[in-house]
Design a protein around this ligand. Structure first.
Ligand SMILES: C[S@@+](CC[C@H](N)C(=O)[O-])C[C@H]1O[C@@H](n2cnc3c(N)ncnc32)[C@H](O)[C@@H]1O
Length: 281
């Protein structure tokens, strides 16, 4: 059963981190003319109303994108991200938030192609309505863990995979590891981005180490802890992105960006922090 709906969380601090990183990696992919394939194994709806019942219920975006919206001192990577969200809104007011597929659609080029997996029928329908007419895009109502291997290696042997499951149950953690093991065996030189939640679960805490153990070459791990948790520590404390074969300039960029993002998104008591680690090749 698919209970998770990303509309509750759209534009929160975890989306901010994930989508800024996605834009930086896509920008790097675009430095070579040769086309590439972007695969989003858990694509979501592609766009979300921040005024709808779902987003309003928790209003998580208020401590995410909304904190950046009116600032005029944004570092370049954050300014590019806010500009893209502004373009998606088409207006001065923050009313909608783009998902990873629409961000990728905006940044990819005619020679690139996109393969998007979304299992939830409603989110799949919305996703298809956003991107279905783009000839470069295939929107699949299928399991992204199972579907990934048929997409690899891409014909041009250039590819970026975003794996962003909902981690509703413990199974997703094991599936992430198993799917990436197989994907890396098929296409070791691809770039893979895995998002994970920083929550009080052993499987979540162990995931980065398990991902490191699979790495054929280099990896980078970035984590931003800015969330509010309850007295027992439950809730989304933060989130991380683990990247295989990252752009070599990314570590230096994030060294400046993560402290800035922590400053901009931290809770009132100033708690939390960031982590940046890599194995360079
Ligand atoms: C965290 S959301 C994706 C958010 C999106 N990547 C973004 O950044 O805008 C995870 C999505 O995966 C979908 N989903 C869950 N299990 C799936 C599976 N096995 N294959 C494909 N989609 C799945 C959920 O319905 C949900 O929309």
């Amino acid at each position: 059963m698919l209970a998770y709906r990303h509309a509750f969380h759209a534009g929160n601090h975890a989306d901010v981190l994930k989508h800024i990183l996605l834009m930086l990696v896509l920008g790097h992919m675009n430095q070579k003319d040769k086309g590439y394939r972007f695969v989003d194994t858990h694509a979501g709806a592609g766009g979300y109303s921040l005024e709808g019942t779902y987003a309003k219920k928790k209003a998580e975006y208020l401590d995410g994108i909304a904190r950046l919206w009116t600032r005029d001192d944004l570092p370049p990577a954050v300014a590019d991200y806010v500009a893209l969200v502004r373009e998606f809104n088409g207006a001065k007011h923050l009313k909608q938030y783009p998902g990873s597929p629409t961000i990728a659609q905006a940044l990819t080029r005619p020679q690139d192609n996109l393969r998007l997996f979304e299992l939830h029928p409603t989110d799949h329908r919305i996703l298809a309505s956003y991107l279905g007419d783009d000839k470069r895009v295939e929107v699949k109502m299928a399991d992204g863990f199972d579907g990934l291997k048929a997409q690899l290696p891409p014909p041009t042997r250039r590819g970026l995979v975003l794996m962003d499951p909902s981690y509703e149950g413990e199974r997703d953690y094991a599936k992430v590891v198993a799917t990436l093991r197989e994907a890396l065996a098929r296409f070791a030189e691809g770039t893979y981005m895995v998002w994970y939640p920083q929550v009080t679960k052993l499987a979540a805490a162990q995931l980065p180490k398990r991902l490191q153990s699979l790495a054929p070459k280099g990896w980078l791990h970035a984590r931003l802890t800015v969330g509010k948790t309850d007295a027992q520590g439950f809730g989304l404390a933060g989130s991380g992105v683990f990247i295989y074969n990252p752009p070599f300039t990314l570590h230096a960029q994030l060294n400046e960006l993560l402290p800035w993002l922590h400053g901009a998104l931290k809770p009132e008591d100033g708690s939390g922090g960031w982590l940046l680690d890599q194995r360079a090749v």
